[in-house]
Each structure stands twice: as structure tokens, then as C-alpha cells.
Write a protein that binds this ligand. Structure first.
Ligand SMILES: O=C(O)CCC(=O)C(=O)O
Length: 223
């Protein structure tokens, strides 16, 4: 995939094939192919090293204790975890107690390029979607501040991504996210409901074992 001519200008006409779909929330931006093939491989090497130190774990739903289908890890000073005690950010891995590995340079550079926010991201949640996994519609609201955007990177197999409005029952629209694509949820879109309906098996050769990685960069603490 070749990078856009100006990777810092989000694509404006995102859902050309769905004219009847509801408007996108203001502050949502899409950078198709932000990471080209070489940059995706370099980023993947960094993520592999992170997962070697901070292995993927299976979060549990707070009320039911039901396992998520997506497995997770984190890098940066804080990491998102979920278990019977609730959703939260913490500085250490929930299973081995080690501090999360540092944020790799390409993610710090991405944040500086697209977030429009002068303070650094503190957490990068790494989601691994094996075949058949999904993530239900939700808001990202476990952070102390919503001033900073959430910045999201897709690597590996394509995913059917769904985005709605600020209320769960608002109309939604869907799009396919490809390896190397970046989304920014800022302004009013910071609290838009979103999720992953499904991952398209075999649609990318980036991950040898198949599946999809998603990286979301978040500012957690208020300034
Ligand atoms: O996998 C994705 O693209 C979305 C991930 C997500 O919604 C989240 O981590 O909160």
C-alpha cells in the first residue's frame, strides 16, 4: 500500500459508497495507508518485542467475569486492563507485574503528527484479533480527560469497523480498515460509540499467524 501524498491530511470523503449513512461525528479523521508497507513491518517488529516482554492477556468483563474474545497488551507508562475489579489503567502487567514496555518511537511520532495535542500519549492498548473475534460497540471513557483524541492504528487483516454517535442507539455506519490505516477520534468524536464487527480472514499477509492488531494511543491523566 502506498502512503497518501500528504499523510497529515485526513481523507474527507470517507464513506463514498454509503450516501444514505448518518453523518460522521465531528472530530473523526481517517488517514488511509498512513503507514506504508516498510513502516508497517518496522512497527510490527516493535510490537513483537513489546509482546515478548508484556505477553497478551485475556481481559475479563467486570460484572460477569466473561473473557473478552480479543487478547490485549500495552506499552507506555500506563496500560488498560479489565477484570472483576473493573476497567482501569495501571502501570504494570496484570499477570507478571512488570512495568509496561516503553512507547516505541514510531507511535510517539504518530501521536505528534496527528493528535494536535501537545502532551504525550501515556498508554497504547494493543488488541490482537484472532479469526472470529470482534469488539462490541463501546465508548473509550476510562481516561481522566477526554481533551486529547484517541489515535488508532490497524495492522494485519482488514476489519469491518463500525462507528455511531454519542448515544448507543444512534445510527451507525461501517467501513473497512486496512493494514496501515490510522483513525483519530477527537473533539465530539472522542466519545463516539465504535467497535469491530469482524475481521476478514486472510486479507493481509503482514502477520504470519494471521489476524489483526490494533493499537490505540490514549492520554489518560488530566493536565
Ligand atoms: O480494533 C479497533 O480498531 C478498535 C479498538 C477499540 O475500539 C478500542 O481499543 O477501544
Amino acid at each position: 500500500m502506498s502512503p497518501p501524498s500528504d499523510p497529515l491530511s485526513p481523507q474527507e470523503s470517507l464513506f463514498q459508497d454509503s450516501a444514505a449513512a448518518p453523518d460522521l461525528p465531528e472530530g473523526f479523521a481517517y488517514y488511509p495507508g498512513y503507514f506504508d508497507d516498510k513502516a508497517q513491518h518496522m512497527l510490527l517488529d516493535e510490537i513483537r518485542q513489546i509482546i515478548a516482554q508484556a505477553p497478551l492477556f485475556t481481559p475479563l468483563m467486570p460484572k460477569t467475569g466473561q473473557p473478552f474474545s480479543v487478547r490485549m497488551s500495552n506499552c507506555g507508562p500506563l496500560g488498560w486492563v479489565s477484570d472483576r475489579a473493573g476497567y482501569r489503567y495501571q502501570p504494570q502487567h496484570p499477570e507478571n507485574g512488570s512495568p509496561w514496555p516503553p512507547m516505541p518511537d514510531p507511535l510517539t511520532a504518530l501521536w505528534e503528527n496527528v493528535s494536535g495535542f501537545s502532551w504525550l500519549a501515556e498508554a497504547c492498548l494493543i488488541n490482537y484479533y484472532a479469526d472470529g473475534t470482534r469488539m462490541g460497540l463501546h465508548q473509550d471513557r476510562d481516561e481522566d480527560t477526554f481533551d486529547a483524541p484517541v489515535v488508532s492504528v490497524s495492522l494485519g487483516d482488514e476489519a469491518v469497523f463500525r462507528i455511531g454517535g454519542l448515544k448507543r442507539k444512534d445510527p451507525t455506519r461501517s467501513m473497512r480498515l486496512k493494514s496501515g490505516d490510522v483513525l483519530v477520534f477527537g473533539g465530539p468524536a472522542r466519545l463516539a460509540f465504535h467497535g469491530i464487527d469482524r475481521v476478514i480472514k486472510g486479507s493481509s499477509a503482514l502477520l504470519k499467524q494471521g489476524g489483526r492488531l490494533n493499537l490505540t494511543l490514549r492520554r489518560v491523566t488530566a493536565l
